[in-house]
Design a protein around this ligand. Structure first.
Ligand SMILES: [Zn+2]
Ligand SMILES: [Zn+2]
Length: 80
């Protein structure tokens, strides 16, 4: 059984509204972002190891398109 983050693996998008101005927020990627071209699966693993978040969740930074407000959301990993 393998749990993957739907955002990191491009399965689907999850949208959040800005808590400041209620505009649309966009995913800026996982909290620990490796600059190079690693595969999504590898990135997922590295992210998990570095930030020590529970295996079931992946932390993503979202930014508001309107006011620039940033917030972290924990995304539930799904079974592939
Ligand atoms: Zn993720
Ligand atoms: Zn906003």
């Amino acid at each position: 059984m393998d749990l993957v983050c739907p955002l990191c693996n491009g399965l689907y998008n999850i949208e959040f509204s800005c808590t400041q101005c209620n505009s649309k927020m966009v995913d800026k990627g996982p909290l620990v972002n490796i600059m190079d071209d690693y595969s999504p699966y590898l990135l997922d693993d590295i992210t998990h190891r570095i930030d020590g978040v529970e295996r079931e969740r992946c932390i993503h930074t979202y930014q508001c398109l309107d006011c620039g407000f940033e917030e972290n959301y924990s995304i539930e990993r799904k079974k592939l």
